[in-house]
Design a binder for this molecule. Structure first.
Ligand code: ADP
Length: 461
């Protein structure tokens, strides 16, 4: 099949979150499975200034190659994309984001014809590329070149919808008829993601459980009605993990490599982490690790309600992350109060993240909602037992067989489950068996890519 993957960020060129990881890894896995894939993304300043080998195709399109022969096309427009941020700066989102991403979507469709890539599938991701299914139907319905193209829209987090004031609608170049309940209108505003959901052939999200949750009022952020109307076209394919990056056996960031065969070496990483973090170097105290955005979505409301109690438990806690200022302040105060218990790192630090995954005993991820989540999959591979709230992708990957799960979103339930984990940690033989089981779990991209191909086939049928 010929597939165009349209995403506003793609590893290794530009990244602000998990979307870029998926958009970078899925095409490689699809190529390995014999599919013909190209990618289209905006030509941001960070790419223009990068070390990648980029070639000019025409005045306003350049390209690079990833994998064996996947062309990544960069849509150029200096006014729109030659800026420091992808979507905004520290004052907030850029106020011309509708112009920027509608331009990108229109140009992406034009590009297909210019390079004569008669795609079977256009796979869009999140609101930034969600206008493509609309433009396809609104502008190209009678064009034989486009007539057989089907669209799949993957939603990575339904909390981000691309909302704009109604006055901007004329900028889209679409018939005002589409500004309706059955189209892009959403409580008087333009909702780009909604438009994409209405017009794409298949809607997908990044885990089976999240695909069910977003059809409910609690998780749907107002779009549950649209999803229920399209119930038969909504799917959930779990993201994969890139095991070439996340593998304790050859991870160059960690103090000592290890695998199932030499688990004792995992504890050298624990000692190393305790040292770096200025925590007492004790092997028999359970070390909980967190690598996360400091946001309510990630469970920091629960953690902050319970933190004083948690710090009095028999544990150590290493936290790496940045996010809401209120959590920065709260955690800094906790470090002052319990310096031998908490070690706090308010930054983005890939190397330290690897050390935390390797050196901790338990990985804490009590997300309130979690479309897929990577942290729990990484920690499983490192034999660091995940403790999660039962939601979204966490519910699909962590069970009592490989971790600890609580299913009532209350601080009491979190603390009770942490106590359960601490007790289990004390039973050395069982704990070792648990680690070995956890390390066997495999969430590779190959399996996810096969599921995506099934979705593409479904879209074509
Ligand atoms: P998100 O909702 O933030 O995308 P995921 O669990 O899907 O959450 O992925 C987050 C990824 O970012 C993981 O690989 C995690 O290790 C990494 N990460 C998050 N915060 C930091 C940080 N402060 N430093 C280094 N890596 C981080």
């Amino acid at each position: 099949m010929k597939i165009l993957l349209a995403a506003s960020e793609v590893v290794p060129f530009a990244k602000t979150g998990g979307l870029a990881d998926v958009a970078g890894a899925l095409p490689l896995a699809l190529e390995d499975l014999g599919q013909e894939v190209i990618i289209a993304m905006p030509y941001y300043k960070v790419i223009q200034n990068s070390k990648f080998k980029i070639q000019k195709l025409k005045a306003d399109v350049s390209y690079a190659i990833i994998g064996r022969n996947i062309k990544v096309y960069f849509i150029e427009n200096n006014t729109y994309f030659n800026r420091d941020g992808l979507y905004g700066d520290k004052t907030g989102d850029y106020n011309d984001n509708l112009d920027r991403f509608s331009f990108y979507c229109k140009k992406t469709l034009q590009l297909l014809k210019e390079i004569n890539f008669k795609a079977d599938i256009i796979h869009c991701h999140d609101w930034q590329s969600a206008l493509i299914p609309l433009y396809l139907k609104a502008h190209y319905a009678d064009d034989p070149f486009f007539k057989d193209i089907k669209t799949v829209l993957t939603v990575h987090n339904i909390g981000y919808q691309g909302l704009f004031p109604a006055q901007e609608f004329s900028k889209l170049g679409l018939d005002w008829k589409l500004f309706s309940m059955q189209g892009l209108e959403f409580y008087g505003q333009i909702n780009i993601l909604k438009g994409g959901m209405v017009f794409s052939d298949i809607i997908n999200t990044v885990s089976p459980t999240y695909s069910k949750e977003i059809k409910t009022k609690e998780f749907g952020f107002g779009l549950e009605g649209v999803l229920n109307q399209r119930n038969d076209s909504v799917f959930g394919v779990l993201n994969g993990l890139d095991y070439s990056v996340w593998n304790p056996d050859n991870d160059r960031f960690i103090a000592k490599n290890y695998s199932c065969g030499n688990l004792e070496d995992k504890y050298k990483n624990k000692a190393d982490l305790q040292k770096i973090c200025n925590l007492p170097q004790k092997a028999n105290i359970p070390l909980f690790g967190i690598v996360s955005r400091l946001a309510e979505q990630k469970g920091f409301d629960l953690l902050s309600f319970g933190i004083d109690k948690i710090c009095k438990m028999n544990l150590q806690l290493v936290i790496l992350g940045t996010g809401d200022l209120k959590y920065h302040v709260l955690l800094e105060n906790m470090v002052k109060k319990y310096p031998k218990v908490i070690s706090l790192h308010l930054k983005f630090d890939d190397g330290l993240a690897h050390k935390i995954y390797a050196g901790s005993d338990i990985f804490l991820m009590p997300s309130k909602y979690e479309p897929c989540g990577l942290g729990q999959m990484i920690s499983l591979r490192y034999g660091t037992i995940p403790l999660v709230f039962k939601t979204g992708g966490l519910a699909d990957t962590v069970t009592e067989d490989n971790g600890f799960v609580f299913d009532v979103y209350k601080k009491e339930a979190l603390i009770k489950t942490m106590n359960k984990a601490i007790n289990a940690f004390g039973k050395k033989r069982n704990w070792k068996e648990l680690i070995l089981r956890a390390m066997q779990y495999n969430f590779s991209w190959v399996e996810s890519a096969k599921k995506y191909i099934e979705l593409y086939v479904k879209a074509k049928s």
